[in-house]
Design a protein around this ligand. Structure first.
Ligand code: COA
Length: 244
């Protein structure tokens, strides 16, 4: 089945195929840098996947050879009146809150540069698959700012605290093999196999009952923010909900 393009955005390609949604960050000439336009289009796209009952699983990837996403668009940063105002603009549409509110599984398929907002988008996904050429970094400190897309919270929750602190404070980039060792990514595959590897996982997920999948995702994501007794209660409530 071929993919159906859903809209004609400028910075995002949104397609659906066989119950899977594909969101492609599409500014390859500037390494898919995250601009205000991309923020607005991504927000609309995430709303679409959240609300579309046909979509059971979402794949997030980057166009072009070199990058998943090289972070915030630095040209906007430098032309805005100040980095503070540029950031305020980004807060107006809570893309990160929108990411985390989606109850369908999100899978990041990452190649090349995965920097700043790029790694932060991937951290909002549930499963992360990288190709061998992927490089990950949080360069914000070098720009005199701290992460604004949740990275200071999501990175230590996905990898461990000391490794996250080192990555954030030092700005050191890690390559795919180290990212795998630190459990930043689930799996590393050859570049040519990236999309197939992700689609295999997406296909397995989408064959399950979407309500059960969404309850299981909630049990994990909401439960992780709770002490174990409350997490167990949440699991029981969700499980009971499935039976009634
Ligand atoms: N914002 C805007 N434009 C960006 C960008 C960004 N974050 N990252 C790359 N680009 C642009 C470059 O300016 C260049 O445009 P040009 O061809 O018009 O000059 C194009 O993308 C290709 O990048 P280039 O730097 O030539 O590629 P490279 O392979 O030599 O280097 C990087 C790649 C990622 C090392 C380098 O582009 C870089 O350091 N980017 C900034 C990363 C960053 O700090 N992000 C912000 C995080 S908050």
């Amino acid at each position: 089945m071929t993919k159906t393009p859903m809209t004609d955005f400028e910075t995002i390609i949104y397609e659906k195929k066989d119950s899977k949604a594909y969101i492609t960050l599409n500014r390859p000439r500037v390494l898919n840098a995250y601009s205000i336009k991309m923020r607005d289009e991504l927000y609309q796209t995430l709303q679409a996947v959240r609300d579309d009952p046909e979509v059971r699983v979402v794949v997030l990837n980057g166009a072009g050879e070199k990058a998943f996403c090289a972070g915030a668009d630095l040209s906007e940063f430098l032309t805005a009146p100040s980095p503070v105002i540029a950031r305020q603009v980004r807060f107006e549409r809570d893309v990160w809150g929108m990411f985390l509110s989606i109850r369908k599984p999100l899978i990041a398929a990452m190649h090349g540069y995965v920097l700043g907002s790029g790694i932060e988008m991937a951290l909002c996904c549930d499963i992360r698959i990288a190709s061998e050429d992927a490089q990950f970094g949080v360069p914000e400190m070098g720009l005199g700012i701290i992460p604004a897309a949740g990275g200071s919270q999501t990175l230590p929750r996905v990898i461990n605290r000391s490794r996250a602190t080192e990555m954030l404070l030092s700005g050191r980039w890690v390559k795919a093999d180290e990212a795998l060792r630190m459990k930043l990514v689930n799996r590393v595959v050859p570049r040519a196999e990236l999309l197939t590897a992700v689609e295999n996982i997406a296909d397995r997920i989408k064959n399950h009952d979407p309500v059960v999948v969404s309850y299981a995702k909630q049990a994990i994501t909401r439960g992780l923010d709770m002490p174990l007794p409350q997490g167990l209660e949440l699991e029981a409530r969700l499980g009971y909900g499935l039976l009634n």
